[in-house]
Design a protein around this ligand. Structure first.
Ligand SMILES: [Zn+2]
Length: 461
């Protein structure tokens, strides 16, 4: 079966530990990938319609040209003649080449290096095309940007290919027989995988591999961070479910996100906000002061930064600190989202508009530190993967509404609740509310409404 027809998809990401030689090969490939992407992007501007129209005005295209053909010994009408930049006529067949045809190893000999993966350039082209597609389809996405050599993450992609499978004897593609493959059945913890050009490479698997019979590895991306960490991520596809379903628990949960805690749910549980960035802030500031001091010193003595060993050492240290914060936060979000999906059949959350909230400078650091958007993304993909339901609802009025009588604060001459009011009494029915607990209950109610399940009849099959 072709991989495009396969129903289930899953991403696998693992930390890799390449040796010195493999690191060099990865560097060559990431450089080539970035170069091809940037060249394609640069060409897209010089080949743009505006640029072509200017040329056409300067050197108008004749509708047809009559030329004598010596072989056929007759006059032939040529169409589609064009002028090139210098003003000389060119035929259709010698028209300027576009895309990957223009970025060849003849022009750039180092692209013919034997360590380069044959699919690196092809995948860079796909990235480039999807960047334009995103620009056209997604509001606010912006035009594709050039990739920087100094960016903190560099990567290249290749594909797994299945050649020479013994189809007569029923051999189907799986994780162990492609050009990218695991070298041991049921690997776990530290193990080895094989990659084109890189050979055997050590990786760490934090989870068990899916057990479906036919699995195709599609795209494989090798990335390196400025902190010196290497990762391999692969997209796998199958017609059988790639993850096990969690048992049904018959419980539903709504949660409210707020600044004080990470979240508070309808069972009254509070999850504290870990504030990883805030905790590390002083240490980061100290190390960054040292970094900028070394940068200033290098500029004074007119040394290149790339040649200053102490500066580079410190830069690595800062990158590692940032990476540590990221890893801590990511682990926390993964653990929490998995726990919610495991213990409840229905999870209802609020669709937050982080960008608007980030405009509030007093809250900006807290919000970007907690990573709610990442958390919602995790719930969104984990729920269908494990056979559960996750619903996002509009958070409007969830805080201001009394759960018991549905009275909305701010109406009928009452004042709206401010951020400082953590507890309040309903002026209509005198019920006492804890602000965020009340909001969580309203969010769950909105979730029921969105699914069209009445409160009391709610039962998950
Ligand atoms: Zn009330």
């Amino acid at each position: 079966m072709r991989k495009t027809e396969m129903k289930y998809m899953l991403g696998l990401k693992m930390r890799a530990f390449p040796n010195h030689k493999q690191k060099k090969i990865i560097k060559k490939n990431t450089d080539a990938s970035r170069f091809v992407y940037n060249q394609l992007l640069a060409n897209s501007y010089t080949d743009s319609a505006i640029h072509r129209n200017k040329l056409d005005k300067k050197y108008p295209i004749p509708k047809y040209t009559v030329r004598f053909n010596r072989i056929k010994k007759c006059f032939i009408v040529h169409q589609n003649w064009r002028y090139n930049k210098k003003g000389t006529l060119i035929t259709k067949s010698t028209k300027r080449k576009t895309g990957l045809d223009r970025i060849t190893a003849d022009k750039y000999p180092w692209l013919g290096d034997k360590d380069l993966d044959s699919l690196t350039a092809y995948n860079a082209q796909i990235n480039y095309q999807s960047a334009w597609k995103t620009f056209r389809q997604v509001h606010d996405a912006g035009v594709p940007k050039f990739k920087r050599k100094s960016a903190s993450k560099q990567s290249y992609s290749t594909n797994c290919q299945y050649v020479g499978l013994d189809k007569k004897h029923g051999e189907v593609p799986n994780l162990f027989n492609g050009t990218v493959r695991f070298l041991k059945q049921n690997p776990h913890g530290y193990c080895h995988i094989k990659l084109p050009k890189l050979g055997k490479i050590k990786v760490y698997l934090s989870k068990e591999l899916p057990k479906a019979k036919e699995i195709r590895i599609a795209r494989v991306t090798i990335s390196v961070h400025s902190s010196g960490e290497y990762y391999i991520s692969m997209l796998i596809k199958s017609n059988d479910p790639l993850a096990s379903l969690y048992p049904k628990t018959g419980s539903a949960l709504g949660y409210d996100l707020n600044i004080k805690n990470f979240l508070i749910d309808t069972n009254g549980n509070e999850v504290a906000n870990p504030k990883y960035y805030r905790r590390m802030r002083d240490k980061l500031a100290k190390e960054q002061r040292i970094l900028s001091r070394r940068c200033r010193r290098a500029k004074k003595t007119k040394h290149k930064l790339s040649e200053c060993k102490n500066y580079q050492k410190q830069k690595l240290k800062v990158a590692q600190l940032y990476r540590r914060i990221y890893r801590q936060r990511n682990a926390f979000l993964h653990n929490l989202s998995t726990a919610l999906i495991k213990n409840h059949d229905l999870v209802v959350g609020e669709n937050l508009k982080s960008r608007n909230m980030l405009k509030n400078h007093a809250l900006a650091m807290s919000i970007s530190d907690v990573g709610w958007r990442t958390f919602i993304g995790m719930l969104e993909y984990k729920a269908p993967l494990h056979g559960k339901t996750f619903v996002l609802v509009n958070p409007a009025y969830t805080t201001q509404t009394c759960y018991d009588c549905k009275f909305v604060m701010g109406k009928k001459g009452t004042k709206k609740l401010t951020l400082q009011m953590r507890e309040w009494d309903c002026p209509n029915c005198n019920a006492h509310h804890i602000r965020d607990y009340n909001a969580a209950k309203n969010i769950l109610g909105k979730g029921y409404m969105a699914l069209k399940i009445p409160d009391y009849e709610y039962k998950f099959s």
